[in-house]
Design a protein around this ligand. Structure first.
Ligand code: ADP
Length: 580
């Protein structure tokens, strides 16, 4: 029960709980061994003091020396074990947690990423895990071990002399009470500090990302001022938080130490009234310094543990989010994509309100409609980048929500507006389309996508590194790389956001050529922006306000009087001079 609770609270894995138990066990042993050392010291002092006060021969030093050496060896061994159990094992655990987190992120539906921004996510994977690592390694085992060993020592002290024990230990529960009382405040402070720190990293990221626009519009000063304000605020919140935690921790520590004074007062009274010997008071004074030591550290740790719970909650949120999973093998009958009464919302905003249509294999199905009508959303749902909320999407008769997204995506090529390129060579960026493809295959895909010409002009040809997210390439070039990737992959389904191709005005026909090679014989779902594509499509699905307004072949729709599509086509041909 306690362990389950602990596991929940600090986002520990099963192995992590075992590590904490082991750490606690060895902390108990270490504390008891150290107390044993105190015992030896006490015996030695008692013997020598007796010689002074009662008289007689000095005791033999050798047996004590041997005892002391034995104790030292034991202490070394147990400390080593404790070190291994508390610190060593935890580092393995941290690695497992980070890998687990990465695995989980891989399986989370993409919609989840839309809700969290990148700085926030990076902070969880790096910062939160680091903070928890410290708690797992330095706090939990140590703290629980200290509870147990102090309880054991307290029982022994009470058996020895309950009056002195009380005088010595009353401060411990009071100090902990005070600290637990301040728990809510610490948590609040930590949440505030976290939010302020996130704003800072967000601000820095935003500034870096939009540096070009900022410079171009002379907004440096405003951005810097805002960033400085955020940093100042974060600093203030942080200092306030640390201060209030510091006050409570120090107050608790002082209260605990008052026990030394009360022990001396009570002890002196008891000695004067002849109820105890001086040596007993001496023993208590010796022992309480050791009783306080782990608690002193524990007090600081508890404050850290309160604070770390914010991190743990953030980690747990990721671990609890439902992953998009499914069968690793699926057997579709052909590659028709069918939307059956599909509903979908972003947050609370319903974007698709019961969409039904079929995109047939070997045909081009064009999604048209005004901006914001849900075209891109349909394309994303078709590849299970998000899960539908109502209805279903079928691929060759198989509901795609039952198929593992990674497996499913092997059947899809996507050429979207936001092409993601990596800071690697052109060759490797295209090879992403099919892992293990030969250089030859990559080159011929690049040629088919009309990349050849601009790649040859790069300083090292295909071996040229293209900068982070393709910063060194023009929009059209990036798009063509993405088409080359898709050609290399040669998946039976192609999702295409056509704005892509329209970027490349300089050699539009070539890109069209590349696209027609890519699309031949596939199930093609295209978000169409240009009339020419729409005209050449086999089927048109007109979306309007999250519903299918019309669907059919271009001719059928054009023939409809007052049809939405016919009206749109007319408007576009007037505004752009295009003729259908
Ligand atoms: P289209 O492709 O037809 O322009 P979209 O499918 O991109 O339309 O968007 C449909 C609606 O959903 C729009 O109102 C848009 O603002 C909203 N939307 C799109 N993506 C997101 C997102 N990641 N989070 C929240 N709302 C979104």
């Amino acid at each position: 029960m306690l362990w389950k609770n602990l596991q929940q609270k600090y986002a520990l894995t099963d192995q992590g709980v075992k590590n904490v138990q082991r750490g606690a066990f060895w902390t108990v042993i270490v504390n008891i061994v150290v107390m044993g050392g105190m015992g030896i010291l006490y015996l030695l002092m008692e013997r020598y003091m007796d010689t002074l006060t009662i008289g007689g021969a000095l005791p033999k030093a050798l047996p004590y020396l041997a005892l002391l050496l034995g104790f030292l060896a034991l202490s070394l061994l147990t400390h080593l074990q404790q070190y291994r159990a508390t610190y060593g094992l935890v580092y393995g655990e941290v690695k497992a947690v980070r890998i687990g987190l990465a695995e989980r992120l891989r399986k989370l539906p993409l919609g989840w990423f839309g809700k969290r921004d990148l700085a926030d996510l990076t902070e969880t994977v790096m910062g939160d895990v680091n903070r928890l690592e410290h708690v797992w390694s330095h706090c939990l085992g140590y703290l629980y071990g200290s509870y147990v060993s102090t309880a054991i020592v307290a029982v022994c002290l009470f058996l020895y002399d309950w009056r002195l024990a009380l005088a010595c230990l009353w401060g411990v529960p009071v100090a902990f009470g005070l600290l637990f009382g301040s728990r809510k405040l610490a948590k609040q402070n930590s949440e505030r500090a976290k939010a302020a720190a996130l704003q800072v990293s967000d601000g820095i990221q935003e500034t870096l990302e939009s540096i070009r626009e900022i410079r171009a519009t002379n907004q440096e000063e405003r951005f810097l001022r805002e960033l400085n304000e955020k940093i100042d605020r974060s600093e203030r919140v942080q200092i306030r938080g640390e201060l209030s935690t510091g006050i409570f921790v120090n107050a608790a520590s002082v209260i605990m130490r008052l026990g030394v004074a009360t022990t001396i007062m009570v002890g002196t009274g008891l000695i004067l009234s002849g109820q105890i010997r001086f040596m007993l008071l001496f023993l208590f004074l010796l022992v309480i310094t050791r009783v306080y030591a782990p608690f002193d550290q524990a007090l600081a740790l508890i404050a850290e543990m309160f604070v770390s719970q914010v991190s743990a909650n953030r980690l747990l949120e990721i671990q609890k989010t439902r992953t998009a999973e499914g069968a690793e093998k699926f057997f579709p009958q052909g590659h028709d994509i069918e939307f059956r009464d599909v509903r979908f919302s972003y947050d609370d905003k319903e974007v698709l309100k019961g969409v039904s249509f079929t995109a047939k294999e070997g045909q081009v199905t064009a999604l048209v409609g005004p901006s914001g009508s849900g075209k891109s959303t349909c394309a994303r749902l078709a590849a299970r980048l998000w899960d539908v909320e109502g209805g279903s999407v079928l691929l060759g008769g198989v509901d795609i929500s039952t198929v593992d997204p990674e497996v499913l995506l092997t059947d899809y090529s996507m050429v979207f507006q936001d092409v993601v390129l990596f800071d690697d060579t052109v060759m490797e960026n295209i090879r992403l389309g099919r892992r293990g493809a030969t250089d030859e295959a990559v080159r011929s895909a690049a040629k088919a996508a009309n990349c050849d010409e601009f790649v040859e002009k790069l300083p090292h040809g295909y071996a040229t590194a293209i900068g982070e997210n393709g910063a060194k390439l023009s929009g059209g070039e990036r798009q063509r790389i993405s088409i080359a990737r898709a050609l290399l992959k040669d998946a039976p389904i192609v999702l295409l956001d056509e704005a892509t191709a329209s970027l490349d005005v300089e050699n539009e026909t070539e890109v069209q050529g590349a696209l027609s090679r890519l699309l031949a014989g596939k199930t093609v779902l295209v978000i169409a922006h240009r009339m020419r594509t729409v005209q050449n499509a086999d089927k048109i699905v007109v979306l309007s306000d999250g519903r299918v307004a019309e669907q059919g072949s271009p001719e059928e729709l054009m023939a409809k009087r007052n049809g939405v599509f016919a009206r749109m086509a007319q408007l576009q041909s007037v505004s752009t001079g295009w003729k259908l």
